[in-house]
Design a protein. Structure first.
Ligand SMILES: CCCCCCCCCCCCCCCC(=O)SCCNC(=O)CCNC(=O)[C@H](O)C(C)(C)COP(=O)(O)OP(=O)(O)OC[C@H]1O[C@@H](n2cnc3c(N)ncnc32)[C@H](O)[C@@H]1OP(=O)(O)O
Length: 166
């Protein structure tokens, strides 16, 4: 069967560390939906350096966490990370594009179990990640003044408006 048409997904908000286009310290993830998965291609650069020439584990972890945040668009629920585990299988060189793919593995009540895989241009999977997200209501963000922003994110998200062909 042919791959489903990729659909561009909007950033969580302009200043998001993972995907916000206006965050100068951000990873600037550009994320697409492919069927029941979300996908981003990231090339870690010297700002993300851990050991010389290699990506920092924290940068890889941040990319996975934020990509999991895009699965929420598919689930159509607001949820936050409760646990995140990254398996660093092989060093990730700077300057090489890596494709991270994430999906919902299964759901149990408020618990969303998510999984991701990061693969290099040589086809080698260099990291995998698993996360538990717990659904929350908008009041979770209210004490921090962000509830309306999150509500807008949730309400105005219309991925089918942003369909485009790669
Ligand atoms: C259309 C979409 C729009 C999207 C819009 C999204 C928002 C916008 C995103 C912006 C960008 C995203 C980026 C990436 C996502 C972050 O980075 S999110 C930021 C990092 N995470 C946080 O700050 C979360 C901080 N933690 C918390 O606030 C609270 O711990 C939580 C997560 C709200 C949960 O608290 P709680 O509601 O009191 O939950 P609690 O009773 O402890 O546990 C609930 C249930 O889960 C179970 N549970 C808890 N821990 C575990 C565990 N480790 N294993 C198994 N079960 C567990 C409990 O046993 C309990 O079970 P039941 O008793 O209900 O059967």
């Amino acid at each position: 069967m042919a791959d489903p048409m990729p659909i561009s997904l909007p950033p969580h908000h302009p200043q998001c560390l993972g995907c916000g286009p206006d965050n100068p310290a951000g990873l600037h993830l550009d994320v697409h939906r492919h069927g029941d998965t979300v996908v981003t291609d990231i090339t870690f650069d010297p700002r993300h350096r851990g050991a010389p020439g290699l990506a920092h584990g924290g940068a890889i972890s941040a990319a996975c966490d934020d990509l999991f945040g895009f699965v929420l668009y598919l689930v159509e629920e607001v949820a936050v990370t409760r646990t995140l585990t990254v398996n660093y299988l092989a060093p990730v060189p700077l300057g090489q594009p890596h494709r991270i793919t994430a999906r919902l593995q299964h759901r149990h009540g408020r618990r969303l179990h998510l999984e991701a895989t990061g693969t290099g241009p040589d086809g080698l999977t260099r990291f995998t990640a698993e996360a538990l997200f717990l659904t929350v209501d908008h009041n979770h963000f209210a004490p921090h003044g962000a509830d309306t922003e999150v509500q807008a994110m949730f309400t105005h998200h219309q991925p089918h408006d942003r369909e485009h062909h790669n």
